[in-house]
Design a protein around this ligand. Sequence first.
Ligand SMILES: Nc1ncnc2c1ncn2[C@@H]1O[C@H](COP(=O)(O)OP(=O)(O)OP(=O)(O)O)[C@@H](O)[C@H]1O
Ligand SMILES: [Mg+2]
Length: 325
Amino acid sequence: MLGRDDVMPDTDVPTLEAVRLTKKYGSFTAVSELNLKIEGSKCVGFLGPNGAGKTTALKMFTDLIRPSSGQALINGINVHTNKKAALAKVATLIETPEIYPSLTPREGLRMIAEIRGVPSKEIEKRIDEAVAEVHMSEWIDKRVGRFSKGMKQRICIASALLSDPCVLLLDEPTTGLDPRGMSEVRDIVKSLKGKKRLIFMSSHILSEVSEICDEVAMIDHGKLLVYDTISNVTAKFSQGTNMVEVVLSRSLDPQLVTQNIAKFTNVISAEQLNDKNLRIKFNGGLEVQERLLSQLVSLNIGVISYRAASSELEDVYLNLIKDTV
Ligand SMILES: Nc1ncnc2c1ncn2[C@@H]1O[C@H](COP(=O)(O)OP(=O)(O)OP(=O)(O)O)[C@@H](O)[C@H]1O
Ligand SMILES: [Mg+2]
């Protein structure tokens, strides 16, 4: 009889699943009966306060630590009981050691590829592709010791890409980087979203999650609070008030804001952040958000960007976390 672990993975649709996944340290429960199923190529943010259990959960998905009970499955395969098959197409960035400073990315990645068992005929090609994906091709033969932290992190991401993964697990990939490094790594993560990959990424930076991720899973005290698309989560938990930020290609007449936009149905306030940026608070969900966009477009004011404001996710986060303290 076939057990759950033996189910053949459907490689076209990457999946990551926790089934009552639990980790206890003595009497302390770090991850508590976590049930979560992420399916398909998308980027999911993993949010929660310090000590919530994010790293612990991510480590159980890579068999770095063993669950006390429950299962972590990748593409339907149990990570703990069938590690090699489960992790064949998985890349992780969790406590990644840095490449030795006197090596070049090519040398360092060659060592890592050999350790990981990438077939020797493919190694050079995989290194070139992985380094190109993190936009570091021109640095491939320079010593890592001279790289900025952001560049080193990009090389770490390249090392994760050597096995051409369909599932990527990233633990706070931008933490500790300066703003430019953060933005570089963020752009890389965004570009990794293609190629049928599932990315599960922990972060404390809510604007980053709003920008990069399609969905969000929130955890506190080891328990899952919510898992849904960002727009559903914000529509559901932001107490009826939503916010969008609008970017315009040309300067906006302030009178139009006060006399017109602020008076649209359901709009609570329309605030001009500067001559080309507008923040609109409104009551209601996605239908209202959609109508508002068409109203703005029909004003012919040069709308070039329209998105849920990051602070909206922050409101939801703080509301949900507050209840569990
Ligand atoms: N080896 C261990 N022994 C005992 N407790 C541990 C161990 N590892 C983690 N913990 C505890 O488990 C809880 C969850 O830790 P974890 O590192 O998963 O949190 P996190 O959500 O990743 O937090 P952060 O945002 O700070 O990275 C914490 O309270 C932590 O102290
Ligand atoms: Mg952590």
